[in-house]
Design a protein around this ligand. Structure first.
Ligand code: GRF
Length: 207
């Protein structure tokens, strides 16, 4: 008979927020099916109704919700709808994965320390407003960096300023372009993010 101490806790309920193609969302979902997974993706939310991540949600039969200024032109209504959506799916943890919209302060407040993001650079370098996608890789090549990487960090009220939890570092080669860097980094992001999210879920359950 299994003892109470060895019983697996209920998986932590995670919402993924994404604006684009959703490859990190896909990696997070795929990891969640592994036996060692301690979280489950219960919601995928996007500010873009036609984003590729919608297909990811569809593929795995995960509820997809589109919330933006198009669905809620009034910012206060938008925040209420966002909080209500998270509450109605009993979300415990949020993972941003290429989410380009700022998380409203009320949501940061409600989920303080429970919102993670992945950024395609070694924060605190090359973060902040406008630092997304190829802009990041272009900027660090222009700055003559010899290493880059990906960072998983906690989300606060500003872009990319919350505490870094984990990083993976890769060398830049002289013939790298913004496109080649983005492509080379992506598989590392897909490895790193689920592992960090899973560890975070473990800590949440044991505190
Ligand atoms: C990734 O490079 C991630 O680090 C950044 O946005 C990109 C999203 O890519 N935050 P995808 O939509 O997960 O494929």
């Amino acid at each position: 008979m299994e003892s109470a101490a060895s019983a697996k806790p209920d998986p932590v309920r995670v919402a993924v927020f994404a604006s684009g193609r959703g490859s990190n969302a896909d990696a997070l979902v795929r990891f969640s099916f592994r036996p060692e997974a301690l979280y489950r993706i219960v919601l995928i939310l996007s500010n873009n109704s036609t984003a590729g991540v919608r297909e990811v949600a569809h593929r795995y039969s995960i509820p997809f919700v589109h919330l933006s200024s198009a669905t809620h032109p009034n910012p206060d209504d938008y925040v209420v709808a966002l909080l209500h959506t998270l509450e109605s799916h009993a979300v415990e943890l949020i993972a941003l994965a290429g989410y380009l919209k700022k998380v409203p302060p009320a949501v940061v407040h409600a989920y303080r320390g429970r919102i993670l993001n992945i950024h395609p650079a070694l924060l605190p370098k090359f973060g902040g407003p406008g630092m997304y996608g190829l802009h990041v890789h272009r900027a660090l090549l222009q700055a003559g960096e010899t290493y880059t990487g990906a960072s998983v960090h906690l989300v606060d009220e500003e872009y990319d300023t919350g505490p870094v939890i984990a990083q993976i570092r890769i060398p830049i080669s002289p013939d790298d372009t913004p496109e080649s860097l983005a492509a080379r980094l992506l598989p590392y992001e897909h490895e790193l993010y689920p592992l960090v999210l899973n560890q975070y879920a473990r800590i949440l359950r044991h505190c």
